[in-house]
Structure formats: C-alpha cells, structure tokens
Design a protein around this ligand. Sequence first.
Ligand code: A3P
Length: 327
Amino acid sequence: MALASDKQTNEANELMLSLPKEMGLNAGPYLHLFQDFWCPSFYFQGVINFQKHFHAKDSDVFLATFPKSGTTWLKALTFLIVNHQRFSSFENQPLLSSNPHELVSSPEFILSHDLHDQILSLSNMSEPRLFSTHLPFSALPKTMTESKCKIIYICRNPFDTFVSAWEFSTKIKSVSSSPAFTFEEAFEKYCNGITGFGPWWNHMLGYWNESITKPDKVLSLKYEELKEDTVFHVKRIVEFLDSPITQEGEGTTAIENIINLCRFEKMKDLGVNKSGYIHNIAEKKNFFRKGKIGDWKNYFSPSMIEKLSTIIEEKLSGSGLSFKVHS
Ligand code: A3P
C-alpha cells in the first residue's frame, strides 16, 4: 500500500511540475493550471485523489464555494440544518466548541494524505455526510455529478471577495520566502483570473449554469442576499435539502435559532473562534474579519472600479448572474 501511494504521489508531482504555474496571492504556494483552473500546489495531490477515489452517496450534501465568498458562514448554517435532529439543545451544539471548518471538511484537503485510511473513514461517516469543496463544477469527480448528492453554492460580489482574499492573504502563514504582492499586483492577478481555484468567473458560472438547468441538484446563493434576507434564503436551503425542520411545528423558531447562532458577531465572539489554527496555516480568528457588504469601497481606486466592473460585465453578461455592487 505504501509503495502504491508513493507511486501515486510521484505521478501527481510529475504531472504538477509539467503544468503552467504562477505564484499564488500570498506569494506562494504556486498555482498550477490544471483542468482549466488554478490549483494551489498544496491541494494538488488531494484534488487528484478526490477525483479518482471519492465515492459520492446520494444523501451527501456538498457546500461549494470560491474562497472568501462566505464558506465559513454557509458551513455553520448547513451544519445546523443537517444535524438539526442530532442535538437536543442549542447548549450542546458542536458549533459552540468547534470552528465550522473543523466540522465540515473538504475531500480535496483530507485526501491529500493517508489515502487508504481517509477513504475508509469517509465511507464510515454517518449520513447525511456534509462536505465542502473549492473545486470548480467542471473539476468535480464524476461520482458527484452522477449521484443524487446535493450541492449548495455561494458566491459573493467580486469586489468584496477580492478585498476579503487580499486581507486574508496578508495574515496567512507564509509558505514561501519570496515577498508578498502589493494590493495592486494582487488585483492584476485577480483580474487575470489567477487566484486559487480561479478564474473566479468560471467558478461562478459553472455552478450558476448548473443551478439553472438542474435546480434539484445545485442551489445557488449570493452572500449579499443571504445577509439582506437571511430567513428567506435559509428557508431555501432547508427546502432544497428536504429538511424535516419545516414540517415541524417549531420550524420557524428552529430556523431563527440557527440563524442567531451563526450571526457574524456571535461566531466571531465564540472562544473557539478566537484562537488556534485551521490546517496549521490560517488562524481561526481571521475567518471572521468584518462580515460586511461594500468594504471594497475603502480599498478601490476609480480606475480599479472601472477595470473590475468591465471584467464582470464581459464575463457574466448573458448568464443572468449579476451583483449589485454600487448601491
Ligand atoms: P470579510 O473578509 O469581508 O469580512 P470564507 O468563509 O469563504 O473564507 O469567507 C470569509 C468572509 O466571510 C469574511 O468576509 C468573513 O468576515 C465573512 N464571514 C465569516 N463568518 C460570517 C458570518 N457568520 N456571517 C457573515 N459573514 C461571515
């Protein structure tokens, strides 16, 4: 088994080295252009293993996101919805003692090491299994697209997503000794689609188009809409997942409790989210920065606004996907 896995690692490394590469946002790790998306080197082996060895179950729920679009929030909300009947009271909710990223993990990360053991432990997870992924729709394993598993996607206006990613990248433990990019250099990369799991427009459009043609398979949400009318959009998640919450007499109260527990201020204030690291790289507290719509206005110059607006217009035009960014 060890030899087989060494061979697979070598094959993945060889493949990775043969691909076009660019420096990532925090000046590392490298991004490799693989299957039309920029895959961080850190994830490469895990992505290959996810595509080759993961077996989706019809009851699986996947949260798909482009980084910094609201993954943490969506994980918290969906974890509570999916596990609604498992925890008798809100006082013993795991969300009070674990960060959402510790409760919902990504196969592309888990499967990057100890493949055999990890596959076994994934297959033994209680159902419904809840996972997350940053992979674009086109790179998902076939087993996911062919099974009846459900996918919830969240995207966010590209202005705020970029600022959130930029701020996050300045705080992440550097995995490279080379100097980090300036805000302007990082913006150029973002405009060229060169960020982890990007281009962001392909990422958004892949899931968006799928949510139009297969609304029972993919539910598409926007961070801004979730913020502006949380009750309405959490109800959409509940209905999409056929959760029994709605059939229960106390459905509305349960939904309100879930929303309250996942409020930005509440989560940011939890002891468990104030210290410690996720994957030994990102500090938990940095997943809760401002949680606001429109912070980009404090960062962008007029020429940057014009440039990104034009790219959004060009890339998303005709798709039906749009963002209110100037209100
Ligand atoms: P800002 O950097 O703009 O504050 P991700 O979870 O995909 O990494 O996205 C991080 C963004 O979501 C950050 O945005 C973070 O503050 C925000 N966020 C985290 N938890 C949230 C919550 N419970 N409600 C709303 N926004 C949240």
